[in-house]
Design a binder for this molecule. Structure first.
Ligand code: SF4
Length: 172
């Protein structure tokens, strides 16, 4: 099971806000910059996070984005489900319905596995992921990797990969 990019960015935004300086004012553009993801994606994700009440967007000069108490205390599974939506793991009844669907037992097992996945994520809250509890003021628990270092790492990873080394997730 692979999370969508949308959910991945949503969780990154929430973790970053939860671990960040409570006095700082965050914007979608600033978050995009800091997290190294496109602004358009962050803007869409922030809109959804705001819709489910885990992020609050305050307008005006002293405005900005902040994580709400609900967001801090939300289970990671609950947030992930809210971002992923309720689509089944496999689309058995789509435009080309599966011919095995009448007697298929796999369908139920996959649905149960998905519930177990969310339940397992729900053993942690967003605040747990941020690791901010108990740290002195001003100490950020999830430091951002500087952009230059990030670019160097990306380039090194690209250089290390040769045609004989399969990329992760490549189908066989
Ligand atoms: S085999 Fe079962 S789970 Fe897979 S698409 Fe067909 S009905 Fe759905």
């Amino acid at each position: 099971m692979q999370l969508t990019k949308f959910t991945d960015i949503g969780l990154r935004v929430l973790m970053h806000l939860a671990a960040g300086d409570p006095a700082a004012s965050y914007t979608a553009r600033g978050l995009a910059e800091e997290l190294g993801v496109p602004y358009a994606h962050v803007a869409k994700v922030v809109s959804r996070l705001s819709e489910i009440g885990v992020v609050h967007a305050r307008r005006g000069r002293s405005g900005g984005l902040r994580i709400t108490d609900l967001g801090r205390n939300a289970g990671v599974g609950w947030v992930t489900r809210a971002l992923e939506g309720d689509d089944p793991v496999v689309d058995c009844d789509g435009p080309t319905p599966c011919t095995l669907r009448r007697g298929c037992r796999l369908r139920g097992v996959l649905a149960a596995a998905r519930e177990a996945f969310y339940a397992s994520l729900d053993t942690l809250t967003v605040a747990d992921l941020s690791g901010a509890d108990g740290l002195p003021d001003g100490v950020l628990p999830i430091p951002l990797i500087p952009r230059a270092e990030q670019a160097r790492d990306g380039a090194a990873t690209g250089r290390r990969r040769t045609p004989s080394q399969p990329q992760q997730n490549r189908s066989r």
